[in-house]
Ligand binder design. Structure first.
Ligand code: P6P
Length: 315
């Protein structure tokens, strides 16, 4: 009998509490995957004609995925509020505003890949509220370092539908089995290989990188001999790095002077998973999980991968 996401309940101190929430993420993933598969027939590809707080053009599927994810978080009954890339403010779930946990989410990461049928993902992080349960959840509840994270992970909408997550007791990958319509454990105890793999970066920005990262990358390539792979969707590039080894990076540059990737719902969840898988997760001169967040949509430089390769890059 294959293991399902029910086995999350047996993982570490937080598995039992996190299982229903991560199962809710799984339900959202199944629905989002179905919407993605049929989007072209519903005229649902392309821009929504609106911008998100980041000033980025929202895809129609960004908006729809955000709605689906919020609905599934509401249906768990354990989430009092959601901080989403697609929403400027914290979204309080009114009927459960007394619940213990909040979720930070990038509902559809890499959505610019959609119209070329490329892989996309959902990235999530779960934290315990700091405000009293009798109070209304506040954005300050989200501003917790990665060391406070209870659970985190991502969904990869690729040739298969995968959910990779950690509740602080290692990293485990679940693949949706269409034959029985459920996620089954396919990648138990995922560990990043210490050598090999690829470096993964949008190298076209190299001449613009801050902190001398252009020269550092050249030196790392000479030292490690790594080949390059880049999809342009963080979840896909992170997942390959986790499975094959190497390093994924998005340095600050003149266009994104504090980095492009968002701390609370991209860097921290991916950093949590990477550290749980035995890898390293750095920003500029500090571990991602040690950064004290200051704003819901704060951006940071990101360097994720095996210790050998991140050290070769950052020294
Ligand atoms: P660029 C997608 O828009 C995203 O937020 C991440 O998923 C991805 O890693 C990065 O931006 C890609 O950015 O500038 O290479 O297109």
């Amino acid at each position: 009998m294959p293991s399902t996401m029910n086995n999350i309940a047996k993982q570490g101190d937080h598995g039992a509490a996190m299982m229903p929430v991560i199962q809710g993420v799984g339900r959202a993933a199944i629905e989002i995957a179905a919407v993605l598969r049929g989007a072209v027939f519903r005229g649902a590809l392309g821009g929504a004609g609106s911008e998100n707080i980041q000033g980025e053009q929202q895809q129609m599927l960004d908006v729809l995925s955000d709605e689906i994810f919020l609905e599934e978080m509401r249906s768990t009954g354990f989430i009092c509020a959601v901080g989403s890339e697609e929403q400027e403010e914290l979204l309080v779930i009114e009927e459960y505003s007394h619940a213990d946990y909040l979720v930070l989410v990038d509902p559809l990461d890499g959505s610019s890949n959609l119209d070329v049928d490329g892989p996309v993902g959902t990235i999530f992080s779960i934290v315990k509220r700091k405000t009293a349960n009798s109070e209304r959840p506040h954005v300050s509840d989200t501003l917790q370092s990665g060391r406070e994270v209870i659970a985190a992970g991502y969904v990869l909408y690729g040739p298969s539908l995968m959910l990779v997550c950690s509740v602080g007791d290692g990293v485990h990958g679940y693949t949706f089995n269409p034959a029985v319509a459920r996620f089954e454990l396919s990648h138990p105890d995922m560990r990043i290989p210490e050598t090999g793999g690829y470096y993964s970066v949008n190298e076209s920005n190299k001449s613009d990188w801050a902190d001398g990262m252009g020269d550092k990358l050249i030196a790392m390539k000479a030292e490690t001999g790594l080949g390059m792979r880049y999809v342009g969707a963080m979840v896909a590039d992170m997942h390959r790095t986790l499975l094959k080894g190497g390093v994924f990076l998005y340095p600050a540059d003149s266009k994104n002077t504090t980095g492009k990737l968002r701390l609370l719902y991209e860097a921290i969840p991916m950093g949590f998973v990477m550290e749980q898988a035995g890898g390293k997760a750095m920003s500029s001169g500090i571990a991602i999980l040690d950064i004290e967040p200051e704003a819901l949509h704060q951006r940071v430089p990101v360097y994720l991968g095996s210790n050998t390769n991140v050290d070769a890059l950052l020294g």
